[in-house]
Design a protein around this ligand. Structure first.
Ligand SMILES: CC(C)(COP(=O)(O)OP(=O)(O)OC[C@H]1O[C@@H](n2cnc3c(N)ncnc32)[C@H](O)[C@@H]1OP(=O)(O)O)[C@@H](O)C(=O)NCCC(=O)NCCS
Length: 188
């Protein structure tokens, strides 16, 4: 399968459009990602200015599988979601046909169901379009909102990773790994 062409597709849900990040989103990205709470739970550092956000779009968010979550009525990004395919052996993801999905939503848009809506669509895409065998989401201890999102999307607890080191933030963390396998997804 040509992964480039799979990931060039725009995904659509009732309220959201998941599309590639553009450099012209830098200002909006900064306004959302400067928030220390989002950065803390997502495991990166708060964005410091629009130029930093532009650099993150060029270097990180331009990768295949990274999507801006655009709200149809707002017409601009309200968050981000990304699929990273492949093993992450120190975290218990051991097969090449499995993926981790990471996501965040700008604080002013929290608790409207948007993360759940976006994650459900990316899970559907992962199994129905890419043909993955399992998807994973990890959340740090105490991140009850993310735990709830994964449960609402049909994932269940698989294992914990303890004492991992986040080099960017220079801190240790513990996480719960949630997963859903293709066979469970297609049974529903
Ligand atoms: C986690 C996050 C993506 C959720 O986004 P969201 O759009 O608000 O999520 P949803 O509205 O779809 O669902 C949130 C659920 O968590 C619940 N919730 C929120 N805060 C909570 C808390 N402190 N304790 C328990 N439940 C909580 C909400 O009530 C909602 O559940 P409900 O629909 O049953 O009422 C958002 O909070 C965020 O970006 N956090 C920072 C980054 C992050 O944690 N990313 C995930 C890394 S694993």
């Amino acid at each position: 399968m040509n992964m480039k062409s799979v990931f060039s597709e725009t995904l659509q849900t009732e309220n959201l459009i998941l599309r590639k990040w553009n450099e012209s989103d830098a200002k909006v990205l900064f306004s959302l990602a400067c928030d220390a709470d989002i950065a803390r739970w997502a495991g990166w550092l708060p964005h410091v200015d629009e130029n930093y956000s532009r650099a993150i779009i060029r270097t990180v968010l331009s990768s295949d599988g990274e999507y801006a979550i655009v709200h149809r009525n707002i017409g601009q990004p309200i968050g981000s979601i990304g699929i990273r395919i492949g093993e992450s052996l120190n975290r218990g993801i051991e097969r090449k046909d499995e993926a981790e999905i990471g996501y965040w939503i700008g604080k002013k848009y929290w608790n409207n169901g948007y993360a759940t809506e976006a994650l459900k669509e990316v899970i559907r895409f992962s199994f129905e379009n890419i043909g993955l065998n399992a998807v994973w989401c990890g959340f740090f201890d105490g991140n009850e909102a993310s735990k709830k999102v994964t449960l609402k999307c049909g994932l269940s607890f698989h294992h914990r990773n303890e004492h991992l080191f986040n080099a960017m933030r220079s801190e240790y963390y513990c996480e719960s790994m949630m997963s859903i396998k293709a066979e469970e997804y297609f049974k529903k």
